[in-house]
Design a protein around this ligand. Structure first.
Ligand SMILES: C[S@@+](CC[C@H](N)C(=O)[O-])C[C@H]1O[C@@H](n2cnc3c(N)ncnc32)[C@H](O)[C@@H]1O
Length: 252
């Protein structure tokens, strides 16, 4: 890996010294690029709030959280509310709300999840064959998914404008009457509800709204990416594939 990096640097830009002691190597991302965001006090406090939501377990997703914080803070200037489809313990959404001082933001953050794990009947035949449903089942049995609504509500209690909404996407969506969205985070690890959520919200996204897809570029999650690409083709937008494994859409 290191040898390959040095070879590429030599061939491309001439001799370049790469300090591999300062590398980032988490969450499927290896890079020697500048990760100075990790030292920023706002980032540090936000990330720590995410860990607290996640039963004090650090999932080591710093660069993903950095991307999410950037997208969410950019969306503050966009009319509409924030929505997350797939909340689990609230790791990412708590980091966002912690980082943005959410209590003082005149927006709502809708937090949508079954709070009972993935909906097994929503997996396609291809996903089942690929082992995605089995992974979800195993996760449910080993306690990987948050099922205590009381714990979830307690975590979000410091933000009165955070609304916990139990229920299965997409069925839970119409009753919410969300008219205008500035930031949408989709993270349900299953193609059908992810596609349905994006289709449902597309015409409700304000111009300039940001949509972050947690697993878009992750190997093993190709059916989710394929489903999103099908929506992109029919609705005419492009997804930015990020080396963190995420995908990013800006609504025009
Ligand atoms: C990977 S976790 C979400 C992680 C979360 N975004 C975080 O920051 O830690 C996926 C979540 O999606 C939820 N989920 C899966 N399918 C769903 C559906 N159809 N409707 C609502 N929630 C769903 C699961 O219950 C689970 O909590």
């Amino acid at each position: 890996m290191i040898k390959t990096l040095i070879k590429k640097a030599l061939g491309h830009r001439g001799l370049m010294i790469i300090n591999t002691r300062r590398h980032y190597d988490e969450d499927g991302l290896f890079t020697v690029h500048n990760q100075h965001f990790r030292q920023h006090p706002v980032f540090k406090a936000a990330y720590q709030r995410g860990i607290e939501a996640n039963n004090n377990i650090d999932p080591h997703l710093e660069w993903r959280v950095h991307v999410a914080l950037w997208a969410a803070s950019s969306a503050l200037a966009v009319p509409g509310d924030f929505v997350e489809c797939g909340v689990n313990t609230g790791f990412l959404s708590s980091a966002i709300m912690g980082g943005l001082n959410w209590r003082n933001v005149a927006k709502r953050f809708y937090l949508l999840d079954t709070f009972a794990g993935p909906v097994l009947s929503q997996f396609s035949a291809e996903e089942i064959q690929r082992g995605r449903r089995k992974m979800a089942q195993d996760g449910m049995e080993t306690g990987a998914y948050e099922t205590s609504l009381a714990r979830v509500r307690a975590n979000f209690a410091e933000w009165p404008n955070a609304l916990v909404v139990p229920g299965a996407v997409p069925d839970s969506l119409p009753a919410l009457n969300i008219a205008s969205v500035a930031f949408l985070h989709i993270d349900m690890n299953c193609a059908y509800p992810e596609r349905a959520a994006l289709e449902y919200f597309w015409n409700r996204l304000s111009p300039g709204a940001l949509v972050l897809l947690d697993d878009y570029a992750y190997y093993g999650f190709e059916y989710q990416a394929d489903a999103i690409d099908a929506v992109a083709q029919s609705l005419g937008f492009n997804v930015l594939s990020l080396p963190t494994g995420q995908g990013l859409i800006v609504k025009r």
